[in-house]
Write a protein that binds this ligand. Structure first.
Ligand SMILES: *Cc1c(COP(=O)(O)O)cnc(C)c1O
Length: 421
């Protein structure tokens, strides 16, 4: 699959049909693209979706129907997985809980359901061990180095809060033994983005950990972080090469442990990132010095990635009739409605506003922010008391509302009936 440089007319039609019914801003996902991505990963023994990328229960149902398992990072995400039909009691462990801490309510629930816990700190092992002898666990290891497309997405190395620091690995194994926990496997999720030299370093670190563990293991997990093209012409990652490196690692792990080892992958954005768009209406077009700001009715309360990481999202403008906006190109920054100067969709890491050469839209046109299927709706907030936007799924020409727009009444409801503690 290559990422098309322009939006397909049928997708624009679906977007406009959706906003005519539900208004803007609005998220639209394409089921077929999610299916296609899942199909590309079929060579892995187990694909475990990191649902924090997009945890809508209908997205989870779709992935479940494709044989994809799920990772949860909170009690809420466990409950979502259950609502979507995942069976926590299946021997294959359809749900895994991954985190660096576990609170009491979550601990209670994982023990009740027998959900394996991928532990990112020795304290977690103690807390689980004290509660439930024999509970299945994974160890998430920070091998001492990281990688990532932004400082904020780097998940390894001495500045990362994630995982068990490699020097605490032996202590963690001792805790596993002391509490009689069942060690399922070892896990490394080292930042997002793929660079093949780096990949081999991670695979070597995994083998080092397998040797040091010195015991049978059911599985190893390569974590997530498969990169996606966010700009036209950007390359797709070579899944076959990525799989080959990890499959070699798995076979070496089998030689070390003397038993079969399952290879798991834990992608988030790879499965859903390119499959979603955010549609907003152009409400103002302002001239500022010799450039323009186009202001739309979505903000970083909807799509936070540009403000948070300086992430790039291609933006296309279309008219209310669905025609791409045409005309001479001029420098444009696209920004939202929030009372916050960082509420700009065209910015680079560090907050530098980027002006893109594009034909100037007019009010009443629509802005389509592309590749917003991952870390889009799930990172939305109610900042400025703006309700969460609705989500729609396009599947084989049919449009389904998979989340309604939040109402302002719902947003205020938690503050009603205030009373003494
Ligand atoms: C976020 C996360 C992932 C997914 O990362 P992507 O970059 O979206 O693939 C996988 N595993 C864990 C533990 C995570 O926290």
């Amino acid at each position: 699959m290559t990422r098309p440089s322009s939006l397909r007319p049928d997708l624009i039609d679906a977007a406009l049909a959706s906003v005519r019914k539900l208004g803007t801003p609005l998220w639209l996902y394409e089921a077929n693209l999610i299916r296609e991505r899942a199909g590309q990963l079929a060579m892995f023994d187990c694909v475990r979706y990191a649902q924090k990328a997009n945890s809508n229960t209908h997205v989870l149902r779709l992935l479940r129907s494709l044989g994809v398992f799920v990772d949860a990072v909170s009690l809420g995400e466990i409950e979502r997985a259950l609502v979507a039909g995942y069976d926590p009691h299946s021997p294959a462990h359809e749900i895994v809980f991954t985190a660096d801490i576990i609170d009491e309510a979550t601990l209670q629930r994982v023990v009740e359901l027998g959900i394996p816990v991928n532990c990112g700190s020795p304290d977690m092992l103690r807390q689980i061990g004290q509660k439930a002898k024999g509970h299945p666990v994974w160890l998430r290891i920070n091998p001492g180095f990281g990688h990532g497309h932004s400082r904020k997405t780097n998940t390894g190395g001495p500045s990362s809060k994630h995982g068990i620091w490699h020097e605490e690995f032996e202590d963690s194994l001792r805790l596993v033994d002391e509490y009689g926990l069942t060690l399922i496997g070892l896990h490394m999720h080292i930042g997002s983005g793929v660079d093949y030299a780096h990949l081999h370093k991670v695979c070597d670190a995994m083998l080092d950990a397998v040797r040091r563990a010195d015991r049978p293991l059911q599985a190893i997990s390569a974590g997530g972080g498969l990169s996606l093209p966010y700009k036209a012409g950007e390359p797709e990652i070579d899944i076959a090469e990525y799989h080959a490196a990890w499959d070699r690692t798995r076979r070496e792990a089998e030689a070390i442990t003397g038993g079969p080892v399952r290879l798991e992958l834990e992608p988030g954005r790879y499965l859903v990132g390119n499959a979603g768009i955010l549609i907003a209406e152009v409400r103002a077009v302002k001239k500022v010095a010799d450039k323009h700001f186009v202001l739309i009715d979505a903000g970083f309360s909807d799509l936070a990635r540009p403000a948070m990481y300086g992430s790039h999202h291609d933006i296309a403008f279309v008219t209310a009739a669905g025609e791409p906006v045409a005309g001479p190109e001029t420098p444009i920054a696209v920004a939202g409605p929030l009372c916050e100067s960082g509420d700009v969709f065209t910015q680079q890491e560090g907050g530098f506003v980027e002006f893109r050469e594009m034909p100037l839209p007019k009010t009443g046109d629509f802005a389509i922010l592309r590749d917003a299927g991952a870390y889009g709706a799930t990172m939305s907030s109610n900042y400025n008391s703006r309700p969460l936007a609705p989500e729609v799924m396009l599947d084989g020409g049919a449009l389904t509302v998979i989340r309604k727009r939040q109402s302002i009444a719902q947003l205020l409801a938690l503050e009603e009936g205030a009373g003494p503690l």
